[in-house]
Design a protein around this ligand. Structure first.
Ligand SMILES: Nc1ncnc2c1ncn2[C@@H]1O[C@H](COP(=O)(O)OP(=O)(O)O)[C@@H](O)[C@H]1O
Ligand SMILES: [Mg+2]
Length: 476
C-alpha cells in the first residue's frame, strides 16, 4: 500500500496552498490571530495596559486556540495558513523589539509545528474517510446494480454454498421452485460427493418439461464461505432442434438400412438363384449325349458366365447387408469383411478384439460395422496401403473401434472438415453422432490414417434419461 500512502501525502500537502478563503469563519479565525498579535504588541509595549500585567508567553500560547480550531475545521489548509499568518504578524515584533531569537520565537515555531502536524493528521483522516465513503458508495451502487440484474433476469439464478445449500434465488428461480421441487436436484446432484463446478455445462430437465443448461460463476467469498452462482439457461428450443435433427438423421439411416436389407434379400433370393439355376441348366444341357463339342464348350462358357454373375450378385448383396452381422454379430461380420479384402486385394489385415466381446444393440453393431466398412473401403480405394489393422474394444459401457492403415495419408482439411467433405467421411461422423458417440480421424501424409470411434453401449444417454422424466443429463 506504499504508493497509495505517497499519493495521499501528496494530496494532503497540496491542501496547504488552498486555504478556505471563501468561508467567513476562516476570516474570523484570522481576525482572532490578528487580535492576539495586537494584544501581544500592546502587552510588550505597555505592561500596565488595563492595569494588568500579562506574562509574555500568554499571547503566543493563546494562538493555539485559532490554529487548533482552524486545523479541526479545515484540516491542514486552515491550520497551515493560520500559523503562517500568525508568524508573519509576529515578525515585526521579533525583529524590531529584540532583534534576536527569543522565547516567543521558540513558541511560534512550536505552534507552527503543531499546526502542521495536527493539520496534516486531520487532513489525512478526512481524506481516508472520504475515500472510504466513496468506496462504500461505489460498492453499494455495484451491489444494487447486481441485485437489479439478479432480480430482473428472466433466467433462473440461484446462489449456493459449498455444500449445495441454496442461499439466494431470484424470482425466476423461486417461481420454478414453487412449481416443483426442482432446485433440490442440484443438491441431490452434489450431495453424493459431487462438486458443484462439475455441473457447469450440464443440462437439466425440470418437471415443467423444459431443459436448462447450467452455467457456474464463482462469487467473491462472503463471511468466509465460498458462494457459487448457478444460472439456468433455457435451452429447450436449441436442444429440441438438435434432437429433431438427430431424430431425422436416425430415421434417414433407418430407412436406408431397411432399403439395403430388402435389396440384399431380393438380390439373393431372385436374380442370384436364377443365375445359379441357369448355370445348373446349362451344365445339364452341355452334358447331354449327342451335343456337338462346339455347342457343349459354348454352353460351358455360358455356365461360367452365369456363375460369375451369381458371384458378383452375392458380393453386392453381402455388401448391402452382411448376413453374418445380424446372425452372428459384429466380430464375425468384420472377420468376413477383412477376409474378403485379403482375397480381393494384396493387402494383409488383422483384427484385434479386447474387453468382453458380446452381442450389443443391433443399432450399435450396425453403426460400428458401417464405420469400419467405410474406413476399410477408403484404405483399399485411396490409401495405397500394405496393411489394415482393426481393433474392437468391448468396454463395460462403451464400444471403441479403430481402423489403421499404413498408406499415404491425406490432408484432412481437403476432405472431412473442408469445403467439400466426402460423403463417406461425413456418413461416418453422422453414424457416430446418431449413436451419441464420437469419431476422430488422424492422418499423416506418408504415414497412414487412423479412424477412431467411441460410442456408448447403452445408447444415447440423453434419450434414456429424457424418457424417464426429469433428471440431470450429460451435455452433448
Ligand atoms: N484411408 C485413406 N487414405 C488416404 N486418403 C483417404 C483415406 N480415406 C479418405 N481419404 C481421402 O478422403 C477423400 C474422402 O473420402 P470419402 O469421404 O470416403 O469419399 P470417397 O471414398 O467417396 O472418395 C477420399 O477421396 C480420399 O482422397
Ligand atoms: Mg469413401
Amino acid at each position: 500500500m506504499k504508493p497509495n500512502t505517497r499519493t495521499d501525502s501528496g494530496a494532503v500537502l497540496r491542501q496547504v496552498f488552498h486555504p478556505p478563503v471563501r468561508e467567513w469563519q476562516y476570516w474570523v479565525i484570522q481576525f482572532t490571530v490578528a487580535l492576539i498579535a495586537s494584544l501581544h504588541l500592546l502587552n510588550d509595549s505597555n505592561h500596565d495596559l488595563l492595569g494588568a500585567h500579562i506574562p509574555a508567553g500568554i499571547p503566543v500560547a493563546l494562538l493555539i486556540i485559532p490554529v487548533g480550531y482552524a486545523a479541526v475545521r479545515y484540516g491542514l489548509a486552515g491550520s497551515a495558513a493560520t500559523s503562517i499568518w500568525a508568524t508573519l504578524l509576529w515578525l515585526p515584533d521579533l525583529m524590531v523589539r529584540h532583534g534576536h531569537p527569543s522565547a516567543d520565537l521558540i513558541d511560534l515555531v512550536m505552534i507552527d509545528v503543531v499546526a502542521f502536524v495536527f493539520g496534516q493528521r486531520i487532513e489525512s483522516e478526512r481524506f481516508a474517510r472520504s475515500r472510504a465513503e466513496q468506496e462504500t458508495a461505489e460498492r453499494i451502487a455495484a451491489e444494487e446494480s447486481y441485485r437489479l440484474l439478479f432480480e430482473s433476469n428472466r433466467a433462473p439464478i440461484i446462489v449456493v454454498d459449498a455444500s449445495g445449500m441454496v442461499l439466494d434465488a431470484n424470482p425466476a428461480a423461486r417461481e420454478l421452485r414453487e412449481s416443483g421441487d426442482d432446485l433440490d436436484l442440484i443438491r441431490a446432484a452434489t450431495d453424493g460427493g459431487g462438486v458443484i463446478s462439475d455441473l457447469n455445462g450440464r443440462t437439466v430437465r425440470m418437471s415443467n418439461g423444459e431443459d436448462y443448461r447450467i452455467g457456474i460463476v464463482d462469487l467473491p467469498t462472503q463471511n468466509d464461505g465460498a458462494a457459487t452462482q448457478l444460472v439456468f439457461e433455457n435451452v429447450t428450443a436449441e436442444l429440441g432442434e438438435s434432437r429433431r435433427a438427430t431424430q431425422y438423421a436416425r430415421l434417414v439411416v433407418k430407412v436406408e438400412e431397411e432399403l439395403r436389407r430388402r435389396l440384399a434379400r431380393e438380390l439373393h433370393d431372385e436374380p442370384l438363384q436364377l443365375f445359379l439355376h441357369l448355370a445348373r441348366r446349362l451344365e445339364s444341357l452341355g452334358s447331354k449325349a449327342g451335343v456337338p463339342d462346339e455347342v457343349s464348350s459354348g454352353l460351358d462358357q455360358a455356365r461360367l458366365h452365369a456363375l460369375d454373375a451369381a458371384n458378383r450378385l452375392r458380393v453386392v448383396s453381402r455388401d448391402l447387408r452382411p448376413p453374418a452381422l445380424d446372425r452372428l454379430g459384429l466380430v464375425p461380420a468384420l472377420s468376413s469383411l477383412l477376409s474378403d479384402v485379403e482375397e480381393d486385394t494384396s493387402l494383409s489385415t488383422s483384427i484385434n478384439v479386447s474387453g468382453e466381446p458380446r452381442r450389443i444393440g443391433a443399432d450399435i453393431e450396425l453403426g460400428a460395422f458401417r464405420i469400419i466398412q467405410e474406413s476399410v473401403n477408403n484404405a483399399v480405394k485411396h490409401a495405397e496401403a500394405r496393411r489394415i489393422d482393426v481393433k474392437v474394444d468391448f468396454g463395460p459401457e462403451r464400444l471403441r473401434v479403430s481402423i489403421h492403415d499404413d498408406g499415404k495419408g491425406f490432408a484432412l482439411r481437403d476432405s472431412a472438415d473442408g469445403d467439400s467433405p466426402g460423403m463417406g467421411l461425413l456418413g461416418m461422423r453422422e453414424r457416430a453422432a446418431i449413436l451419441a458417440g464420437q469419431l476422430a480421424i488422424e492422418s499423416t501424409l506418408a504415414h497412414g490414417t487412423t479412424v477412431r470411434a467411441d460410442m456408448p453401449i447403452a445408447g444415447p444417454l440423453s434419450e434414456s434419461v429424457a424418457d424417464e422424466g426429469p433428471g440431470i443429463v450429460k451435455a452433448d
